[in-house]
Write a protein that binds this ligand. Structure first.
Ligand code: SAH
Length: 359
């Protein structure tokens, strides 16, 4: 059954008209679902009971339902959400002083098979619909009093391989849920044609590119898509993106001990990004996973040295939401451990404090 969450206001007006009621009923519906996060038909009291009944014959309200959650003392809550076909995705709620961020998924699984990533081992089950993407935010907002101000697409999946649904969801987040476009971050492994396509949309969103290595040999090992779109082409696409949008791109670099965190790679990265206008790098210590035990977190000294060297090239290092990043990074792991353990989820230890690679 189709869900109402996922439709624009105009589409909801159309749904109202198709049921032969005035268009404003559609606007009321949108305000209730996106603005007040109404989750049950009974709570949809602004619509007449008779109209709710007719709507319910054709539509479900929302696609995401909380299957389990685990909260950390710092306020972070990780959710496993189930979808109408019983697929499961992960979303994370991340409150900070002065802002509240959520990390959401764009696909069930992921086809990119990055060698260090837990989700990558799963393969792709399917794309999420626009409704399933936006509803992760709506569902979490319904459960928390803090106003969600930032959305990052850094959960499961490759957003730029689910382009149309992701773009529709971003517009819904901006127009109906009220998230500022600049506070929406799309993280991509580097799908070059769709970076160029996104540039043409000329949106003020934030683009993050998962680089993870400064040369093609190493990057192809970590990120198989690099065989198709090597670094030179990726950088060219990123330049075109910043030329068009005037927006800074964040390059994500997950540090893995002895793999990509040596001084050699630091110098290569410095040289690569020094030539890249409007760019910054976000260095994140690897979050160990059982699917790729050969990858380990860097030592704090190696992480510090790496950053010193990169900075010496005049490259900006951003220190952004380390907690968010690490939990986002742990996303595939959360689903794995929860599904192995059955529906009752063990609270996972939260990764806060300790070695701050992004410092
Ligand atoms: N497919 C997109 C978005 C999802 S992954 C992308 O690749 O950008 C979000 C980020 O988490 C990516 O930079 C990804 O490489 C990183 N990541 C995945 N597994 C991780 C791990 N175990 N530790 C740290 N970062 C990880």
């Amino acid at each position: 059954m189709e869900t109402l969450v996922g439709h624009t206001i105009e589409e909801m007006e159309g749904i109202a008209k198709a049921l032969e009621v005035p268009a404003f009923r559609g606007r009321q519906l949108a305000a209730a679902l996106y603005g007040r996060q109404v989750r049950t038909w009974d709570a949809l009291t602004d619509l007449p009971r008779e109209l709710r009944g007719r709507l319910a014959e054709q539509y479900a309200l929302a696609p995401c339902h909380v299957r389990s959650s685990s909260a950390a003392p710092d306020g972070t809550v990780k959710y496993l959400l189930s979808l109408p076909d019983d697929e499961v995705i992960e979303s994370v709620f991340l409150p900070y002083p002065g802002r509240t961020s959520v990390c959401i998924s764009s696909q069930v699984g992921c086809p990119m098979a990055c060698s260090f990533c837990a989700t990558g081992t799963e393969g792709l089950a399917r794309n999420l619909s626009a409704g399933e993407i936006v509803d992760q935010v709506v569902q979490m907002q319904a459960l928390h009093s803090e106003r969600i101000t930032h959305v990052v697409l850094m959960g499961m999946g490759e957003p730029l391989l689910n382009y149309d649904s992701v773009l529709k969801a971003i517009r819904l987040l901006n127009n109906e849920v009220g998230i500022a476009m600049r506070h929406i971050t799309v993280s991509t492994v580097g799908v070059v044609p769709n970076i160029l396509k996104l540039a043409e949309e000329d949106l003020q969103l934030t683009l993050a590119v998962s680089l993870h290595a400064p040369n093609d040999t190493l990057r192809s090992e970590l990120v198989p898509l690099n065989n198709k779109y090597p670094i030179a082409r990726l950088m060219e696409a990123c330049r075109a993106y910043t030329d068009k949008t005037k927006r800074r791109i964040t390059f994500e670099y997950v540090l893995m001990s002895g793999v990509n965190d040596t001084e050699k790679e630091a110098h290569e990265l410095g040289r690569l990004l020094r030539a890249q206008p409007l760019s910054s790098v976000n260095v994140i210590p690897y979050n160990s996973t059982d699917v790729a035990p050969r990858y380990k977190r860097p030592t704090p000294e190696a992480a510090r040295r790496f950053q010193q060297i990169v900075t010496s090239y005049g490259v900006t290092i951003t220190q952004r939401q380390e907690r968010g990043h690490r939990i986002a990074a742990a996303c595939g792991q959360l689903k794995r451990s929860a599904l192995r353990a059955g529906s009752s989820m063990r609270p996972l230890p939260m990764l806060t404090g300790a070695s701050s690679g992004a410092g």
